[in-house]
Write a protein that binds this ligand. Structure first.
Ligand code: G
Ligand code: G
Ligand code: NA
Ligand code: MN
Length: 247
């Protein structure tokens, strides 16, 4: 209850902020995009998103918070474009946002009022969310894509219907869940390779998450995976810190 009451006012009290983690293009080694990740500081205590996103969803705050995140990310992206004009920004979205009929229009309105280019925005949808009202999701994703934005399947491989999700939903990127990257030396390599090949057949670009070692980087690069993300490159950092890496 304490979390719920505080969360309701967290946006107005400026307790929420975003951090940014780079996504690296394998071929150039350069930052291609950044993923925006939400943080909440309550009375000097950091509450992890895993603890409060669920609360926000349960009590109906996530649409307001999600809209705030989207606006902030586009504004930050606009500032980053002064240094890296084509930099992409990825934003995580919750199922309530995706199922909301107004959401595609809200995304379009946010792009307009922040003057952020649609093709540089990517929305990340966690694979397990695709289990919800399929018609509505396919519909809303199609409407979102009409605004010119990109869509990613996040945490790919952790759901029960990975292959049908790839076939039925038209997306741009598949982010292979970090658990597969971490198990590459104990059998996961074949899975990563297979996912990458299937994704390519659908014309989806692949991002490997949770890259922590040079060995993982080498293996993923040799497999032809297009993008890498993980602590090996940079953890999520403040906008100010990120700007230094964009130079
Ligand atoms: O940043 P961290 O590893 O603590 O993120 C934990 C989880 O919270 C991840 O699954 C991430 O996708 C999710 N998350 C982070 N920021 C947001 C956000 O702005 N919106 C939603 N819906 N989820 C987020
Ligand atoms: O579920 P999602 O993929 O959105 O989760 C994103 C979170 O994963 C980020 O908030 C970040 O803290 C975490 N993360 C990113 N890269 C790494 C990594 O290399 N190792 C670990 N342990 N966590 C990571
Ligand atoms: Na994500
Ligand atoms: Mn993920």
């Amino acid at each position: 209850l304490r979390l719920r009451d505080h969360l309701e006012n967290a946006v107005h009290r400026h307790e929420l902020f975003l951090v940014y983690q780079p996504i690296i293009a394998t071929d150039t080694g350069k930052i291609d995009a950044v993923e925006a990740l939400l943080r909440w500081r309550l009375d000097n205590e950091m509450i992890p998103p895993d603890e409060f996103i669920g609360v926000a969803e349960q009590y109906g705050f996530i649409r307001a918070i999600g809209l705030w995140v989207l606006g902030e990310a586009c504004l930050a992206g606009k500032r980053m474009h002064a240094q890296s004009p084509e930099l992409g920004i990825s934003v995580n979205v919750s199922i309530q946002q995706l199922l909301d009929e107004d959401f595609p229009d809200e995304v379009a309105a946010t792009l307009k009022h922040t003057d952020f280019p649609a093709h540089c925005l990517d929305l990340e949808i966690t694979e397990s969310l695709f289990a919800h009202d399929k018609r509505r999701l396919i519909d809303n994703i199609a409407r979102l894509k009409k605004t010119g934005i990109k869509v990613s399947i996040d945490d790919f491989g952790t759901g029960y219907s990975s292959l049908s999700v790839m076939q039925e939903f038209h997306v741009d990127y598949v982010k292979i869940d970090r658990s597969f990257i971490w198990s590459m030396d104990t059998g996961g390599r074949a899975i990563v390779e297979a996912v990458s090949q299937i994704a390519s057949a659908f014309d989806y670009k692949v991002v490997a998450e949770g890259v922590e070692t040079e060995e993982q980087r080498r293996l993923l690069t040799n497999m032809g995976i297009e993008y890498l993300q993980g602590y090996l490159f940079l953890p999520p950092v403040s906008e100010e810190q990120l700007m230094q890496h964009l130079l």
